[in-house]
Ligand binder design. Structure first.
Ligand SMILES: [Zn+2]
Length: 349
């Protein structure tokens, strides 16, 4: 889809324009900022509170060691410190750990000992190689015969650039790997939606449990700039990849809320709404640019270009906030960054 061609007229005008400011006086950054002063026009008080539906779903710490641990299906445990998430499954032959964030420290192992006191820990399966989700591997490093499973690309990256606390894989795979451990089926599928090398989608079909880390934030719009994705088309494509699975639980790695199928659908609909809104506004780009150029008397092409971008970004975010403020939390905080991400993508592609 490419309804907007790169503005050649505008490129020429920019080339012709000087960059001398009409006013020589240097100014502070005028771009939008949040003030913590209550009376400031950009006060934090102007932002909506989190939606009550989200607050009602938030997990609570329910152990003495700072973690929330809950059995979401028989033998399958969800763990969060309210910022990071992981899971473990107790099989007939031992415990399989699914990601070990370093922010849990050794407490993930404490949680496993609590819920499965007499079971050995046999496997650590890594969703991807980033330290913030698997740098807690050190807490399992002393276990004899521990099978550490990752996609081959992750193993290669870590061999070249070891990360503190992340254990080297003892078993790798390309493409897909279907495991049955102590009677529990675990399907691993390599994918590209977040990490620079490779991500792994972890699926437990009997538990209807899908794990894809650093993807959606259940109950909320995505983090700034769609989670700072460097691959907008890959980002948009990932939702249908996930929805092809039959799942009820969706573990996405962050915040305290465990996601579900509806969360993935909502996140998809939101992302595509932002995309469609930006592309719907792109035909107004040239007129906005000309308006800016006229205002600065053709003396600052960059300013006119940014003016045009801001106009589309702000109109997009106003529309998106209006449509989503009752459905997803904190849309008023991040919608402008989402619109801007798609806008930059639309200009560059
Ligand atoms: Zn990551």
């Amino acid at each position: 889809m490419r309804p907007f061609a790169a503005p050649t007229l505008i490129s020429v005008l920019i080339a012709l324009c000087g960059t001398a400011a009409l006013s020589a006086e240097p100014k502070a950054n005028l771009a939008n900022t949040i003030s913590l002063e209550a009376s400031h026009p950009d006060s934090f008080r102007n932002f909506a509170p989190e939606l009550p539906e989200l607050r009602a779903r938030a997990a609570q710490i329910n152990t003495e060691f700072g973690l929330h641990v809950s059995e979401i299906e028989p033998g399958l445990f969800f763990v969060t410190n309210l910022i990071y998430q992981s899971a473990f499954v107790v099989t007939d032959t031992g415990v399989v750990v699914l990601d070990a964030p370093p922010s849990f420290g050794t407490n993930l192992r404490t949680a496993i000992d609590l819920k499965a006191p007499d079971m050995p820990i046999t496997h650590l399966i890594m969703s991807h190689g980033h330290r913030d989700h698997n740098g807690g591997g050190f807490a399992f490093a002393d276990i004899d015969g521990l099978e550490v499973v990752s996609a081959a690309g992750v193993s290669e990256t870590l061999a070249a650039h070891p990360l503190e606390g992340v254990l080297p894989a003892t078993r790798t795979f390309e493409g897909a790997l279907d495991l049955t451990i102590g009677g529990v089926d675990i399907a691993l599928q390599a994918a590209r939606f977040h990490a620079e090398d490779v991500d792994t989608i972890i699926y437990l079909p009997a538990q209807r449990f899908l794990m894809a880390i650093d993807t959606i934030t259940p109950g909320e719009v995505p983090f700034m700039n769609f989670g700072a994705t460097s691959d907008v088309s890959g980002y948009l494509a990932m939702f249908d990849t996930f929805l092809d699975y039959n799942f009820d639980h969706f573990l996405s790695g962050h915040v305290s809320v465990l996601g579900n199928r509806d969360d993935v659908i909502k996140a998809r609909d939101y992302a595509f709404d932002v995309r469609d809104t930006v592309y719907g506004l792109m035909p107004t780009f040239n007129d906005r640019m000309m308006e800016g150029l006229n205002a600065v008397e053709f003396q600052n092409g960059n300013l006119a270009y940014r003016f045009a971008m801001e106009g589309i970004r702000d109109e997009c975010s106003a529309q998106v906030i209006d449509r989503w403020q009752d459905r997803l939390s904190v849309v008023d905080l991040w919608a402008d960054s989402h619109c801007e991400t798609i806008l930059v993508y639309a200009i560059m592609h």
